[in-house]
Design a protein around this ligand. Structure first.
Ligand SMILES: CC(C)(COP(=O)(O)OP(=O)(O)OC[C@H]1O[C@@H](n2cnc3c(N)ncnc32)[C@H](O)[C@@H]1OP(=O)(O)O)[C@@H](O)C(=O)NCCC(=O)NCCS
Length: 132
């Protein structure tokens, strides 16, 4: 796993965002988000927030920051998979504008479960300013 992330940092399309709480005596990592970009599409492949710091907006900030950077890099669609039972994460993604794209049967193991594939379309400011 560690080597996967080291490889990602040297991959041009890879982006890892880390949320650090620096009010503590020793700065503490409280969450991270991992994105992979291929031309104008990207995948949010991992997002996690320390259980002691959940429901404080950390997950939202990580996805919003990723969305902003991907839009600037020319990405127009972001996809992700989420367990059908993971209502916490779905609540966050839907509130950020992701929509249901498809169902991926038997995607997860331990325990076995289907995945929802969610998609977010990113609109550059010039498109938004001329939208009806
Ligand atoms: C999913 C996860 C990343 C959310 O992180 P978080 O920092 O707790 O989320 P936030 O505090 O930014 O929540 C933002 C929004 O998500 C939604 N949300 C968060 N928790 C929710 C819950 N328990 N039920 C419904 N919606 C929820 C709400 O809309 C919330 O907005 P609000 O705080 O204004 O109500 C976190 O719960 C986590 O790490 N879970 C374990 C790993 C995981 O499931 N990762 C996702 C894999 S796809």
């Amino acid at each position: 796993m560690e080597s996967d992330y080291s490889r990602l940092t040297s991959n041009l399309g890879g982006m890892i965002l880390v949320a650090v709480l620096d009010t503590a005596t020793t700065p503490k990592v409280v969450g991270f988000a991992v994105f992979h970009r291929i031309i104008d599409e990207a995948e949010l492949s991992n997002l996690a927030v320390d259980p002691d710091h959940q429901h404080q907006g950390v997950g939202r900030v990580l996805v919003e920051e990723g969305r902003k950077r991907l839009l600037e890099a020319g990405v127009r669609r972001v996809y992700l998979e989420v367990r059908v039972s993971n209502k916490n994460a779905q609540g966050l993604y839907y509130s950020l504008g992701f929509g249901l794209h498809s169902l991926r049967k038997d995607y997860y193991r331990n325990p076995n479960e289907d995945a929802y594939v969610l998609c977010l379309t990113l609109f550059p400011p010039e498109v938004l300013s001329t939208a009806p």
